[in-house]
Design a protein around this ligand. Structure first.
Ligand SMILES: C[S@@+](CC[C@H](N)C(=O)[O-])C[C@H]1O[C@@H](n2cnc3c(N)ncnc32)[C@H](O)[C@@H]1O
Length: 327
């Protein structure tokens, strides 16, 4: 279907279903807030899971476990998800038109609001490239990430997940409810702001002398600077040579409140949900050099870098995606 026609048909379907979409969103939000309240689990972890569910449903990225886990988590009612988001997903499916947020794969940034497709592509690619060269994969701040139950499964590679006690306990309960086999995944609870994730991993059989790939997606934002630096230093000094860590980060000026109104409202929402953004790295030009300096200061070398946002003379970048190595 030509692009313009696809877009117009997409819009028409959206308009026809608008009343049920609005009703679905209101009901979904109500049930979601009621079910997650008081559980002390990560709310921000739902965003990437939701995107992975949509990408799988659109046939753009295989992640069968994403939908099954989503339906088994608090607030993940399949009926209400279908009512709220089903028409949009169906409209994208039949027309081939994709909302920017759900593009995949995406190899360059179009800004902070369309970050998920770009970020998912970067971390998927980094993980797949490292699976042949490492014996251990650690997903730090794993949240509802489902790569351990699909993409990261490889003979001879042991996968570990680390997250806070409550979020991890909820995930394990929901994996069981969804009948997703997690017997080959090792879980280690740890709060990065309070304790060493390496000690937590060692207690469950992690071997720091084996080359390891660490996936640290969507997490630095929520940590104290000391915790981020401690993680980088741990990879630099305590893991086997040949280990690598992939992570993303926000620009320091955004953390300091120098951002558009939209971004400031989004950050206020995160604060209300108890997951404020706390950490950023300067993206003053040249942004890549700022990252190299931050990593070098903590003992790692930058191997790959992709900017988030469209920096120019007037506007600084929103953040970055990084792969750092310890040799
Ligand atoms: C936006 S979610 C990202 C989840 C997952 N990495 C993904 O991309 O799907 C952030 C995750 O970091 C975890 N997290 C945030 N602060 C943490 C801390 N201090 N200690 C351990 N985990 C933390 C949250 O519980 C949550 O699961």
């Amino acid at each position: 279907m030509p692009k313009l026609i696809a877009f117009l048909v997409f819009l028409l379907i959206e308009l026809i279903f608008l009343p049920s979409t609005i009703l679905g969103m209101i009901l979904f939000a109500g049930v979601f807030l009621r079910e997650v309240r008081g559980k002390n689990i990560s709310i921000t972890a739902y965003d990437p899971l939701f995107a992975h569910w949509v990408l799988d449903a659109l046939g753009k990225r295989d992640d069968e476990a994403a939908g099954r886990l989503l339906y088994a988590l608090p607030g993940g009612s399949p009926g209400l998800l279908g009512l709220a988001f089903g028409p949009t997903m169906w409209a994208m499916h039949v027309t081939g038109f994709t909302i920017k947020m759900y593009d995949y794969p995406v190899h360059s940034s179009s800004g902070i609001f369309a970050i998920l497709g770009h970020r998912t592509t970067f971390f998927d690619d980094a993980l797949l490239r490292h699976l042949d060269h490492v014996e251990q994969v650690v997903i730090l701040g794993a949240g509802w990430d489902t790569r351990a139950y699909g993409m990261a499964r490889r003979k001879g590679v042991r996968v570990f997940e680390v997250d806070t006690v409550e979020t991890q306990a909820q995930k394990r309960e929901s994996l069981e409810k969804a009948k997703i086999d997690s017997t080959d995944v090792t879980f280690a609870p740890a709060n990065f702001n309070k304790e060493s994730w390496l000690d937590a991993l060692k207690r469950v059989g992690f071997d720091p002398d084996k080359p390891t790939f660490i996936l640290w997606e969507g997490v630095t934002y929520y940590l104290e600077a000391e915790a981020v630096e401690a993680t980088i230093q741990t990879v630099a000094t305590q893991l086997a040579k040949g280990s690598a860590i992939a992570f993303d980060y926000a620009a320091k000026h955004i953390i300091e409140g120098d951002a558009s109104l939209f971004v400031r409202i989004a950050l206020l929402e995160l604060r209300i949900f108890g997951e404020p953004w706390m950490f950023g790295i300067s993206t003053d030009p040249p942004a890549k050099e700022q990252l190299v300096e931050f990593l070098g200061h903590n003992g790692l070398k930058l191997a790959e870098y992709e900017p988030i946002g469209k920096g120019d003379k007037k506007q600084r970048l929103d953040g970055g995606l990084a792969l750092a190595v310890n040799n």
